[in-house]
Design a protein around this ligand. Structure first.
Ligand code: F6P
Length: 486
């Protein structure tokens, strides 16, 4: 196992800014408890800040603004400054603009979008609120790293307030082409906001290229594709692909955690079949759950010899439950699961186990280890960290990954069995292939996948991004004239 290395020696402190904080306060039966946030981004930055220290500015997850939280036990100290938003702001900014507007737009599903002027006005207002809070917190020599589509206007707003700090933006979701982005009535404002950054990172070269197209076609700016530069009135913004990694050491370390070992034994005992197929997703319409279930149903129809011998364990993490499209999806998935159970169950065997729940990493790793096949088939996905986590934990090169060719992760994980997530027949065929794969091929594929995952870990991702950010900023600060090669 390779070590993940240390963080770059940044000049000053790292300030991460994101919509979600890693913890949220939940009130139940008059009691307050703190629980971890759902989603890859929060978990990712929790790992980074626990390892390297810094400051995290984020929404508190509700209207309440808890006091600043200093997290120092066992780790280098880091602090979280929470931003509380009003009910009105949460509704217009988060539920509407982010989840019903920008989310489907970024995933090239414009037919799912619902845009409202008051939502956009509030999105701008919340980005201003973040800018104000960051300006109050920033010290000289801080490096600011803004995360994701919730805060697209923040780089531009912050640039006005703090001219000289390095500002980086990482876009954790896909970026659509010009024809789709133009459907957003405020596409110009969104792009200009993003261009307040010195460096913008995307998961894949295709998303970066779409962004450059949009700068050229929507804003009429000059771009240099070779160096990934956008030339604008404030200076130059560099754009490139930095595929995110997972904390490999952490996941591999969990393999020997007693809680994981106990849970693994329990899963194997309870599911009690020859082979376990696993899906793990936030319950989101981009993740392709109905299509996956139809693919699995097709597999069961075509392969009666596997009845009583395989079970699909589908973990669906509740997400954005106030959005009507997510509620409708929850019902659709439950109905499909019920259909499969009704149609195929035989006494003593469940063809599918559907777990609508958020699990902690120990339990997830136990499921990863129990799974002979991971079936990860999003319709579109910025990256997909579950695919990388599954691979990272299979250090014995057992396990097979079936992956959607439309996930960002497919760019690096070429040795997965790739599928078109809309094609039920192909999902069925690849499932059969995965269950019957010869041991040599299985090991060769998993070894190559693991090499790719171990090569680009979470720490290396942040190192590479932050080093690039500093070198872009140093070039700008040195007063070197912009290299306009277009
Ligand atoms: O991956 C994109 C993202 O928006 C992340 O920012 C977040 O971790 C995840 O989806 C969950 O979304 P939300 O914060 O809306 O629950």
């Amino acid at each position: 196992m390779q070590s993940e290395g240390s963080h770059p020696n940044l000049v000053g402190r790292l300030v991460v800014v994101s919509n979600r904080a890693p913890f949220r306060i939940v009130r139940e039966f008059g009691r307050k408890r703190i629980e971890p946030t759902v989603g890859g981004l929060a978990t990712t930055f929790l790992h980074l800040l626990q390892k390297h220290g810094g400051l995290w500015v984020a929404w508190s997850g509700g209207t309440e603004t808890p006091t600043r939280l200093d997290v120092s036990e066992k780790h280098p100290p880091f602090s979280i400054v929470f931003i509380g938003l009003s009910e009105r702001q949460i509704s217009h900014y988060y539920w509407n603009m982010c989840n019903r507007g920008l989310w489907p737009l970024m995933h090239s599903m414009p037919f799912m979008c619902d845009f409202g002027q008051s939502d956009w006005d509030c999105y701008r207002e919340v980005n201003q609120r973040f800018a104000q809070s960051c300006s109050e917190q920033l010290q000289s020599n801080d490096t600011v790293w803004i995360q994701d589509f919730h805060l697209a206007l923040l780089p531009g707003l912050l640039r006005q307030a703090v001219r000289d700090r390095p500002i980086g933006l990482f876009w954790h979701v896909p970026f659509p082409g010009e024809a789709v982005l133009s459907q957003l009535p405020w596409s110009q404002e969104l792009l200009k906001g993003m261009l307040g950054s010195d460096l913008i990172g995307f998961h894949t070269p295709a998303y970066a290229s779409n962004f450059l197209d949009c700068c050229q076609d929507v804003l009429g700016l000059r771009v240099d594709r070779e160096s990934g530069s956008v030339f604008h009135d404030v200076g130059i913004t560099k754009v490139a692909a930095y595929p995110i990694g997972v904390p490999v050491d952490y996941f591999q370390g969990l393999r020997t955690d007693p809680k994981v070992i106990r849970r693994l034994a329990r899963i194997t005992r309870t599911v009690n079949v020859d082979r376990i197929i696993l899906g793990v997703d936030r319950l989101d319409y981009t993740k392709g759950l109905p299509e996956r279930l139809r693919g699995y149903e097709r597999f069961l129809e075509q392969n009666p010899q596997y009845h009583k011998r395989v079970t699909l364990v589908q973990i669906a993490v509740p997400s954005r439950t106030r959005v009507p499209e997510y509620r409708a999806l929850t019902r659709e998935v439950e109905e499909l699961v019920a259909d499969i159970v009704t149609r195929f169950s035989i006494e003593g065997w469940l063809p599918i186990r559907y777990l609508y729940k958020q699990y902690d990493p120990q339990v997830l790793v136990a499921y990863y280890l129990a799974a002979d096949v991971a079936l990860i088939t999003p319709l579109v996905d910025g990256m997909n960290l579950v695919a990388k986590e599954y691979v990272a934990t299979h250090t014995r090169d057992d396990g097979v990954l079936i992956l959607s060719e439309l996930a960002g992760a497919a760019v690096e994980l070429k040795e997965a069995l790739l599928v078109n997530p809309y094609d039920a027949d192909q999902i069925a065929q690849q499932l059969k292939y995965a269950l019957e794969i010869d041991e040599g091929e299985r090991r060769r594929r998993m070894w190559a996948l693991r090499a790719a995952v171990e090569e680009s870990t979470l720490t290396r991702w942040s190192q590479t991004f932050l080093q690039a950010l500093h070198s872009v900023r140093n070039t700008t600060a040195s007063g070197e004239p912009p290299q306009d090669t277009s």
